[in-house]
Unconditional design. Structure first.
Length: 67
């Protein structure tokens, strides 16, 4: 259940917050943020990082803002 609820939710959270509350970014930034959050979370869960969700959340924010 934990895995199902966390699966790519870091990217979705970041995109939703930036999309609703700021004028920063656009469709490409949203896709980059979603994909980055997904990839980082999968890598962290596979490798066994202590906090893969928080790491994915931070990576998703950075990717969204850089793009």
């Amino acid at each position: 259940m934990e895995t199902a609820s966390v699966f790519d939710s870091a990217g979705v959270f970041v995109v939703a917050c930036f999309g609703l509350f700021t004028a920063i970014g656009g469709p490409l930034s949203a896709w980059v943020g979603l994909c980055t959050g997904f990839v980082v979370w999968i890598a962290g869960a596979t490798i066994g990082w202590p906090a893969p969700y928080v790491t994915a959340l931070a990576a998703s924010v950075m990717a969204y803002l850089v793009q």
